[in-house]
Design a protein around this ligand. Structure first.
Ligand code: C2E
Ligand code: MG
Ligand code: MG
Ligand code: MG
Length: 278
């Protein structure tokens, strides 16, 4: 009896798996050329200095407006792009567009606004990242310090020695390197000594619980203190409530990003937000 059920189960799962594979293959096919067909766009989420609420820059977040499925989130298509290798051309387009958009941002005050661009592990490994970055910047007229590259902790740690060399090369051009989703990789603070970075973005899973969980608050405070002692800037992501904002500011976190501060918005909208800053 169990055998029969087992067989049935097997057939069921296998069919479901076939369908999943099929969907994936189809998604990959559709993703190919999606940028050229005008289906991809970038939204920009504002990033603020917590001490005085000054708008400092924005993170570019990719969206796929699929003709049949509607808006497909990056949590679905970035993985497909990464595994198929399509991320390399998609990543190039994103960099070029983000630099172009940001070159038009004007803001009163001393510091020019920055744009932060997510770089996937495969882009980091591909080796031509410095060339891709340089050519995107050259075409736009953006100052190097206005471009931040966000790399995940895990991407950098895969091959620390090679990554460090690459990051040093990029930093030498004036571009800033940020570690994204920081704290989730368990690699921890000791890596900050060996990997050359300008900033860390505390993952939103910590931020979500800073008011409820003393451990998360302790960890967040430790990250801030350690980063500051190394001269590294700290950004908190996923700030969804005023209480989180207040406690992070009180703990000395430099910058913040989250739905409570501002949602991802179209390029024209963020451009207007910079102009409106005093
Ligand atoms: P990420 O780099 O950690 O980006 C932050 C994500 O958190 C964004 O999701 C943003 O919309 C979301 N977020 C911001 N504030 C809040 C908040 O207060 N609460 C909550 N719950 N979420 C918030 P999104 O746009 O769906 O992007 C997801 C991930 O996809 C990004 O995570 C990034 O890893 C990746 N991604 C997005 N665009 C690109 C891209 O152009 N290239 C690459 N390689 N990856 C990208
Ligand atoms: Mg990011
Ligand atoms: Mg992040
Ligand atoms: Mg995250």
């Amino acid at each position: 009896q169990a055998k029969v059920a087992g067989k049935g189960c097997y057939r069921f799962y296998s069919k479901a798996m076939d369908q999943a594979v099929e969907r994936r293959v189809q998604l990959e096919e559709e993703l190919r050329g999606a940028w050229d067909r005008g289906e991809m766009s970038l939204l920009y989420q504002p990033i603020f200095r917590l001490a005085d609420n000054r708008l400092m820059g924005a993170e570019a977040l990719c969206r796929w407006n699929h003709p049949r499925l509607g808006v497909v989130p990056p949590s679905v298509f970035i993985e497909v792009a990464e595994q198929s290798g399509l991320i390399e051309s998609l990543g190039r387009h994103v960099l070029v567009r983000a630099c172009q958009d940001a070159a038009g941002w004007r803001q009163p005050g001393d510091e020019a606004p920055f744009v932060s661009v997510n770089i996937s592990p495969r882009q980091l490994r591909s080796g031509d990242l410095p060339d891709v970055v340089a050519s995107a910047m050259r075409g736009s007229g953006l100052e190097p310090a206005q471009l931040h590259l966000e790399l995940t902790e895990t991407a950098v740690l895969g091959d620390e020695v090679q990554a460090s060399a690459l990051l040093s090369r990029l930093r030498a051009t004036g571009v800033k390197i940020w570690l994204d989703d920081f704290g989730t990789g368990f690699s921890g603070l000791s890596h900050l000594r060996r990997v050359p970075v300008d900033g860390v973005k505390i993952d939103r899973s910590f931020v979500a619980d800073v008011l409820r969980d003393p451990d998360d608050l302790a960890l967040t405070s430790a990250i801030i203190a350690m980063a500051h002692s190394l001269g590294i800037t700290v950004v908190a992501e996923g700030i969804e409530a005023e209480g989180q904002f207040a406690v992070l500011r009180e703990r000395g976190c430099d910058q913040g990003q989250g739905f409570w501060l501002g949602r991802p918005m179209a390029a024209t909208e963020i451009g207007a937000a910079f102009t409106a800053e005093r």
